[in-house]
Design a protein around this ligand. Sequence first.
Ligand code: BGC
Length: 364
Amino acid sequence: MKYMQKMCAVSVFLLVAAGMVFSGGQRAQSSGKGLIGVVMPTRSEERWNKDGNAVKEGLEKLGYTVDLQFSDDDIPTQTRQIDDMITKGVKVLVIASIDGGALSNQLANAAAAKIPVISYDRLLMQSPNVDYYVSFDNYKVGVQMGEILVTGLKLDQATAANPVIVELFAGSPDDNNSVGFYQGAMDRLKPYFDRGVLRVPSGQIDRAVIGTLRWDAAEAQKRMENLLSAYYSGNVVLNGILSPYDPISLSTLEACKAVGYGTPGKPLPLVGGQDCIVASVKSILAGEQYATILKDTRSLGAATVELVNTIMQGGTPTGLDTTSYNNGAKIVPSLLLDSVIVTKDNVQKDVIDTGYHTRAELGL
Ligand code: BGC
């Protein structure tokens, strides 16, 4: 019910915003374009390039000028970029943070300069100076992460006498999204842990213990190697991995291959993921990674462009969720989009037919 309400709210917002884009876009072109600052955490991850470009192109189409910066996953770089943008006089700031709690000074400066701030995909924490949040429903994404294991590992048929064996990975502890992903996944998996049909031999379950700073796939691979040598040296076989991010799915699979998984009689553990990156879709088609979660960066970009345009036209965005996202200093009005689980079965329909990745990109 909560989900349906959210989706109705999102639809209303998009309709209203689309109307504003249509009329507002014309005005933006004819009467003074503004400079908009857009900061993305890093260029080295596929998704943030797509996000940055989607927002930039959308805003430019409406006649705005865009200063798009990528922060190399380095907090001082990101703070400097935002400081520069404030000095340059941007009209709106769109920020996807590295550490959601590290930008309070910049946000205070933006507020003093009356620059509205949109928190993009990751919630900016512990600051009252955040005007809007545009993201996917992170809790629901987490539920989907759990759902991938429930379905893929057929947990409903598992028994306590012959439990399914998994290890768990979480995202960066300084990224608030990791909280939603973890809570959603653990809520979905809880009944199976409670029934004893799902087991974690390492006992490493707390988010603090299974987190992966900066979503670093190499760090996750090392942790997987350590887990395999510490807990799987006897007859215990790993059946599945909870993964919050495609590069972590791929790197943990590599660790498993290195100790003999993926050979006759010892299948690779089943793993999901997130972001629908090209390498993971290829792996899914090759029968290695089992699934991923598509969060269409084009939709997030378009929603952000509409929001910026509404703000620039002096309009009031409507249909926002005003209860779900408390950043520690305020509840941030949020626009939450929907995500899709992708397995081999729907790559064609949801990834290729929609143009998210082309057949050529996927090597088909
Ligand atoms: C995003 C994910 C992404 C991760 C690593 C999270 O904040 O929501 O889509 O996989 O960061 O970049």
